[in-house]
Write a protein that binds this ligand. Structure first.
Ligand code: URA
Length: 422
């Protein structure tokens, strides 16, 4: 087989054959097809898309570049969740222990933040002692004993995706629905869970700015999951405003612990419970109400054991910032806009996120806010608290927030869950 023939076929709008797809993904993963040829092929896919079966074979080839985990030895149903990423999206933190407390094991391989969206591992690393790396034996033992593990993916999980994603990042080919869908689903299917729930975000702080694109991505991913034998459901949810009352690292852990203690912001609780119900239903346990496990402390017990199993101290004080700068409400009325993208960029500039994969993040940096969209504010009330280790970062964070806050009496906020796609 020759890479040039595969590139020409896709460039000219043909559907690639299963043999061509398996060959090109395999040959790229083991270095026989160079980056320049794969870049050309990715650009051809970017412009010409992929048909349904073509994408299913492409995704399967990415899964087959590594190992698909077998969790059947756990002897209990398993369910996983993936969010396409947003600002203040800490839902995995309360969700994984909550679902585990309901009898369904949660193998959650998570990532780090890049740009304005946060990463689950960065957030958890603000807990003193907590480690993201869990080796294979300890991973299965923790799933068996505690029921939930949130950790970094090993190198055997869809290695083709690691290479392709890095190449897409530098060739302007990230924003392609088939390439995003195959990237996410190859990793999620390889994780080996019985059921998968996708939280596809839409709005300024999301990858998919328009609801139509989010819906198409959700349908494409649900189709790939079902074709691979994983019961998959997607919720399309709002990311025009950030979730909860905190964006950053330690501040999001603190908010998650509030939710596990039975409190926390209403939108975080609502989305955590909606996703938990979907995960339990997918795993065949729709008879269990996750609200009970939040109320009676079982989810909090699993959280504490899950953190301790990875070396963390669930009682240790979380890092605090050296500097806090308060932004007040510009007028009195209803808060109609708190722009997710602007807050994400500001939190990133305060030190909560990274521009390059190898950059460190600050555990204490981030933003908290006292009112959410739809709530009443009075002129001059403290609205945002900008938290950072380095006061010199504050002016650029404030620049990102220009125009981010809207107060008036008309606009109606979008509901949090916009659509359910099966
Ligand atoms: N997240 C992924 O894992 N892959 C993409 O392509 C985009 C977001």
């Amino acid at each position: 087989m020759d890479a040039i023939d595969v590139i020409r076929a896709k460039r000219d709008g043909a559907q690639l054959t299963p043999e061509q797809i398996r060959w090109v993904i395999g040959a790229y993963t083991d270095g026989r097809v160079p980056d320049e040829q794969m870049s050309a092929l990715l650009m051809a896919v970017f412009f010409n898309g992929m048909a349904g079966e073509e994408l299913a074979v492409w995704t399967q080839a990415m899964i087959d570049s590594g190992e698909r985990k077998d969790l059947s030895s756990l002897g209990r149903p398993t369910a996983d969740k993936h969010s396409t990423g947003g600002v203040g999206d800490k839902i995995t933190l309360p969700l994984a222990p909550l679902v585990a407390a309901c009898g369904v094991a949660v193998p959650q391989l998570s990532g780090r933040g890049l740009g304005h969206t946060g990463g689950t591992l960065d957030k958890l690393e603000s807990i003193p002692g907590w480690r993201a790396d869990v080796h294979e034996g300890a991973y299965l033992a923790q799933l068996r004993d505690v029921g939930a593990v949130i950790c970094a993916a090993g190198s055997d999980l869809a290695p083709a995706d690691k290479l392709l994603y890095a190449l897409r990042d530098v060739t302007g080919t990230v924003e392609s629905i088939p390439l995003i869908a195959s990237s996410i689903m190859s990793k999620k299917i390889a994780e080996g869970a019985d059921a998968l729930v996708l939280d596809v975000k839409t709005g300024s702080g999301a990858f998919m700015k328009s609801a139509d694109d989010a819906r198409t991505l959700a349908r494409t991913m649900v189709g790939l999951g079902e074709a691979a034998g994983v019961r998959t459901v997607a919720l399309v949810t709002a990311m025009d405003r950030p979730l909860g009352r905190a964006a950053g690292n330690a501040v999001e852990v603190a908010e998650s612990v509030e939710v596990l203690a039975g409190g926390g912001p209403a939108d975080v609780v609502e989305l955590t419970l909606a996703l938990a119900r979907e995960m339990l239903a997918g795993a065949g346990r729709s008879d269990v109400d996750p609200a009970d496990a939040l109320r009676d402390g079982r989810a909090m017990d699993v959280w504490r054991r899950m953190i301790a199993a990875q070396g963390g101290d669930p009682d240790a004080p979380l890092p605090r910032p050296a500097e806090t700068h308060v932004v007040t409400a510009p007028a009195g009325g209803t808060l109609t806009r708190l722009d997710a993208y602007a807050l994400g960029v500001a939190a990133w500039r305060l030190g909560a996120g990274r521009a390059r994969k190898e950059d460190p993040v600050s555990a204490a940096a981030g933003i908290t806010w006292t009112a959410g969209v739809g709530e009443r504010v009075t002129a001059g009330q403290p609205l945002l608290a900008l938290r950072t280790d380095d006061a010199a970062r504050i002016p650029r964070a404030l620049e990102a927030l220009e125009g981010a806050i809207g107060v008036d009496t008309d606009d109606r906020p979008l509901p949090l869950v916009l659509e359910r796609i099966t």
